[in-house]
Design a binder for this molecule. Sequence first.
Ligand SMILES: [Cu+2]
Length: 339
Amino acid sequence: MSLLDQLLFLPERASTFAEQVDQLHYFVVLTTIVASTAVGVTALLLFVRFRQRTVGQQTVPVHPPIWLEALFVVVPLAFFLVWFGIGYRDYLLLSTPPKDAMDVYVMGKQWMWQFAYPDGPSSVEVLRVPKGRPVRLLLTSRDVIHSFYVSQFRIKQDALPGRYTQTWFTATRAGSFEVLCTEYCGVDHSIMRGEVLVLEPEEFDRWWQGQRRGLFARGDYPASREAEESSMVGQGRRLAMELGCLRCHSLDGTPHIGPSWKDLYGREEKLESGGRVKVDEAYLTRSMMDPLAEVVAGFKPVMPSFRGRVEPAQAAALVEFIKSLRSEPFAQELPRGER
Ligand SMILES: [Cu+2]
């Protein structure tokens, strides 16, 4: 397939998705090449075979049998459906991160990418991840729509202001990969670049421990005190007090003016409108930005909107704080041995 890679200018493959995405790509490209060539060649043959031989010659009307017409409809349709089937399967895979994935918050803003690990450091422009472990990205934007694209991983996901979207990947080789923004977002859109640094697992663990223990107080790595202060759960707790969320929400399970935050994450919430919704990061953020859109059953729609009052990084911290209020830890394995 390396000839096709070159013909199609495909970048190298560095994630578990890449293989699958490319196979579908090849399949679509090859069948369309074959089919369009066949149509073109047939047309040429017919031009020659049925060319006008005498002046004033009339074209004989053609009445194709019904089975032939059906064939021309069913065969292309079958191809489209097969592509759809494969695409749908891949889409499901791409949009359901494994439970044990490591979470990283990603914020796009004009014109840079910022990354934050719930339990650890945050960084600008460079995202360090271990090879071979699934990583879930929770994306948002501080200003306009951006789009997070790493061509070698074959992932692309929009980052929208006031909302969280997610995607995931498992990197299959160590190295440095460029992050591009693929949604035109202003004058410096073209230089809105970041870097995913895929490290060998041991190397990542060493870096991670260093971040947390302050072994690398100088040099390449930020000091660990910074890492401590930026612990998202700690920040979220502070914010919840400062912003007055705790006037209406309790942390111990007793409902107050609003529902308690204890064991909120991951459960199914009944809504006043009759529906149900799974409490995930996106829902929690929506509840802060647009509280009246989905009112929890049994509560009054009195929560004020925090749109514009809570920055994306703060929203992420609040979400992480709410997630930390679980009586049983959920299956999430942030770098081995750290929990
Ligand atoms: Cu952008």
